[in-house]
Ligand binder design. Structure first.
Ligand code: ADP
Ligand code: MG
Length: 220
């Protein structure tokens, strides 16, 4: 009988990425290693411009590293994995302006053919995030913080294996933060590997492990 797999859901090994700059290539990531296991919630802090969003773009396959490897569920990421394997709350949100909040949140379920109880599941997650009354509104009709919660709902609704949340509290009023932190923690507790980039100290209170991105590398 083989031993149970202990492979983390998300791994990064030796990731490097430089960006063009007038003074020559700007090395932003200089060898990033990290692991996130199923059921674990890990936070990554780092000053603005330290490369958190650049790292997340590599982890979800939106961008390619100059060197190094990302795996999701043991498979090397060479293009964006299916959303049910790795779902993302990008810093720029990326909601479709043509769809209501509820339609945006339903999209990953409909695209993956996971269409059982879509309306109820969408309503549940919107309600959990305190925007249950806004499902019929378009992104342009709600605040940026409400859009951000809808984008988090879209990432969480399909119970992905890996959830990446880039600055999930950046645009929220203080009253909305507990619901967002509660959802992230619940998603991890149901088995998802959750990685959160943040510079809000309050977010670290829900972390199992806390990392920092310093000078292009991960410091514990
Ligand atoms: N696509 C890009 N092209 C050029 N420079 C970039 C690009 N993405 C990020 N950078 C640069 O990389 C650095 C890190 O940016 P970012 O990852 O957004 O930091 P953080 O999310 O930690 O605030 C910044 O200096 C930024 O200007
Ligand atoms: Mg960022």
């Amino acid at each position: 009988m083989s031993a149970p797999s202990t492979q983390p859901e998300l791994t990064a090994r030796g990731l490097t990425r430089a960006f063009p700059h007038p003074d020559g290539p700007l090395p932003v990531l200089k060898g990033v290693d990290l692991d996130v296991a199923a059921g674990e919630l890990v936070t990554v802090s780092g000053r603005s411009g330290s490369g958190k969003s650049a790292l997340f773009a590599l982890l979800c396959g939106f961008d390619r590293p100059d060197s190094g490897t990302v795996t999701v569920r043991g498979r090397v990421v060479d293009s964006a994995p299916p959303w049910r394997d790795c779902a993302v709350l990008p810093q720029a949100l990326g909601l479709s302006a043509e769809l209501t909040l509820a339609e945006n949140v339903a999209l990953p379920l409909r695209l993956s053919g996971d269409s059982a109880d879509v309306d109820a599941r969408v309503a549940d997650v919107l309600g959990e995030l305190g925007i249950g009354a806004l499902g019929d509104r378009y992104p342009g009709e709600v605040s940026y913080g409400q859009q951000q919660r809808a984008a988090l709902a879209r990432a969480a609704v399909g119970r992905p294996a890996v959830l990446l949340a880039d600055e999930p509290t950046a645009h929220l009023d203080h009253g909305s933060i507990p619901a967002v932190l509660g959802l992230l923690r619940r998603v991890a507790d149901t088995g998802t590997a959750v990685l959160v980039a943040t510079h809000h100290d309050q977010v670290h209170t829900i972390a199992d492990r806390r990392l920092a991105l310093v000078e292009g590398r991960i410091a514990a």
